[in-house]
Design a protein around this ligand. Sequence first.
Ligand code: SF4
Ligand code: SF4
Length: 433
Amino acid sequence: MQTQFTLEQLARPDMARSEEILRKCVHCGFCTATCPTFLLLGDELDSPRGRIYLMKEMLENDRPADERTVKHVDRCLSCLSCMTTCPSSVHYMHLVDHARAHIQETYTRPLPERMLRRILSIVLPRPYVFRFALLGAMLGRPFKRLMPGRLKGLVAMAPSFVPSPSPVDRPQVFPAQGERRMRVALMNGCAQKVLDPKINEATIRLLTRHGIEVVVAKGSGCCGALTHHMGMTDESHGTAAKNIRAWAKEFAGDGLDRIVINTSGCGTTVKDYGFMFRNDPEYADDAAKVSGIARDISELMAEIGLEPTGRTPKLRVAYHSACSMQHGQKITKTPFELLSRAGFDPVPVPESHICCGSAGTYNLLQPEIAGQLQERKVANIETTAPDLVAAGNIGCIVQIASGTELPVLHTVELLDWATGGPVPELLEKRLAS
Ligand code: SF4
Ligand code: SF4
């Protein structure tokens, strides 16, 4: 694609990167075939190619975002399916991230929308605030019919039970069982540890059982993805910088071999810290180091080798590959291989490349499209007649679980069980009956 950025514009690193990305696009439109929003809405402007044109026009002319561009960029899930399909290696993620930051800087959204985004950016990355908000939403459920539209939707999405905080989520070190093979930092995250603290507990048991020392570093927390995808650069870089500082202290102390992430949406962002901080002399080196040793839990388990007990039943597991896992991190076969080695019978889900509609805050900001994608995903999962569903991303787990009676677990809970951990709570009753 030809571009006409001025030299002055190209002196800005974000513009230079976007120009480089835009020039790679050859307008072939292959990406439209796998874009969930184009599939549902059928509008070229809701396809990757259409959005690329809109973003190019906005950035090249260095003009404030307009309503049309905002509408179609907002509808993008950042699922990155288009990046998997694109034969020209167009890095859509960096382009849309830049466009979102530009929109945030130059466009004034209607007040209710601004307020909703601001509230989400304050609540979701802060576990104590998020827990409090969920408890409030639970209490408000009986009155939801009296609430205005968007608030009613948000309250309806709140879980019916909010677990207590887990003691494993405090900063501490979990020693390896037996001879220590590695020392890793676990990114214990933000929303996940509120919604399902059992995931971090299972991860720590699994790793320590396999000879890995696990540290939950003081000062680490939210990866910044939720605000990053809303274009709130100061907020997202601020939280990312806290993680980099926390892990840099570990580099300088007892050292770290890996940083382990068990939410693939966060993993995609942590692996991009090196890019996000490339021009920041204070953080660039440590950020690059963090990204270099960041691994999804499935990657690490494949690296060190899973040691199953061989005593778990051969349950049929519909494995849902989160977009951030398959498109963002290109991890496709590994979780299947691990589940299979653990003694389960993993089956792929038809249309597995299509997003479930969770996508960070997307299901809260674009509930209609998210709802259609959820229905489609659940229908596809149920055609495989599984005993349960597994996924490696809390957003997908919550989104799918709210549309089906099937138990939906994190892959790590199954791997923990298969290597000597407890039976996951969700399966206990079913196995007993
Ligand atoms: S990121 Fe997903 S929703 Fe957005 S343009 Fe690409 S394929 Fe479509
Ligand atoms: S597939 Fe790639 S090169 Fe083709 S239109 Fe889409 S982004 Fe551009």
